[in-house]
Write a protein that binds this ligand. Sequence first.
Ligand code: FES
Length: 157
Amino acid sequence: MSSFESKVQEALANPKNQGEIPDADAVGTVGSPDCGDMLRMWLKFTEKDGKRVIDRASFQAFGCQTAIAVASMATELLRGKTAEEAKILTASELSGDLGALPPMKIHCGQLVEGALRNALDNSDPSPQADAASAMAPTLASDLHRKRAGKIRIVPLD
Ligand code: FES
């Protein structure tokens, strides 16, 4: 077993933050039409030192083990981050201790990144953001553009 696989197995033996946060401030759901996997992420914010930071993040995955392992890592390391800090995290940063994902598994990390971005997009308290997120095609086209020609991660209702 490669060290990547054993780290995935380790994360799966004790996955963190699985399941819904009932009073979440934001929810993001994405799917990969290529593998059929889906991932939903919940975020709960709190005020700390005058900043709005993520208090808890949780997930539910209908997908492969790598996506679950990355989501488990990601939801741990999101705690204490502002929305702005969380927004710029890449899939490989979200993978934490798992390290670089093998080429076949890169989209599994992108699924987690996509769910986070989708949740953050839905969490902006300004009314304009509500209007923007109601126009889902904006986000969809954004995601499509970034993954142009390769892997599609699409937001789901
Ligand atoms: Fe599709 Fe991992 S195989 S998310």
